[in-house]
Design a binder for this molecule. Sequence first.
Ligand code: A2P
Length: 273
Amino acid sequence: MKNIRLNDGHEIPQIGFGVFRTRDGEECLNAVKWALEAGYRHIDTAKAYENEGSVGKAIRESGIPREEIFLTTKLWNADTRAKNCREALERSLDLLQTDYVDLYLIHWPTENREIAWADMEELQAEGKIRSIGVSNFMVHHLQELSKTAKIVPAVNQIESHPYFNNRNLIDYCREKGSTVEAWSPLGGSRTTSIRDDETINMIAKKYNKSAAQVIIRWHLQRDIVVLPKSVHEDRIYQNIDVFDFELTAEECEMIAALDRGARVGSHPDHFNF
Ligand code: A2P
């Protein structure tokens, strides 16, 4: 698997294992355990997922050295609003049983985000966070942050999949040197329609791969960091088994052309959490 070099020099594996909506306890423990066995070395969690304890336990029990795993967690909105960044990070580190995270993200662009960013710049200098970034920031949020920030976000983690490319935002992030990560890369859990899409399934048939594998491959070929999630062992293995085929430029364009501006998650200007 390819690593991508972030603007601060750190490297991030291009496929990360997502654990959104993966239940704390056995479900999450098993999922992360299978992911590490399957070869994922990048795990993406968040305080709001309420499963950092299981993620930490699974990593610890795997016996894989901590430095071989790229670990991301996120500052939750209540903590951003309450200017609680430092305490929130400490709590996450305790649950994750580690003394640093590879990447810490402001989960959503709430009020006081510029204060959280300044705190994160300090925590990075102290070595508790290797790379600092944001999530769900639109162009105007990034522009505003740049007025007070000393450091350009290493990452912006945003919704992106074949029915919602988010192209303009991706282009903007790249222009500024921020790496883009895609959440709900397979279209999320609320709908199966992207994985049922006729064009994607036609391409999948050609390569004897699943629709999910074709979508993951498309993200990789767009140089996006892709964060598929699953709680099923077979799918966890399947989603990283994407290095024995390559989509043609025409097929990538066909998939991009499926864009219909259809978000599956909240709009970053209109969320109520
Ligand atoms: P499950 O966890 O039950 O396997 P996204 O990564 O876009 O958030 O989408 C994840 C959704 O797609 C989840 O509901 C997950 O369900 C499902 N999923 C993940 N991998 C596959 C796969 N290889 N084939 C079909 N569905 C998948």
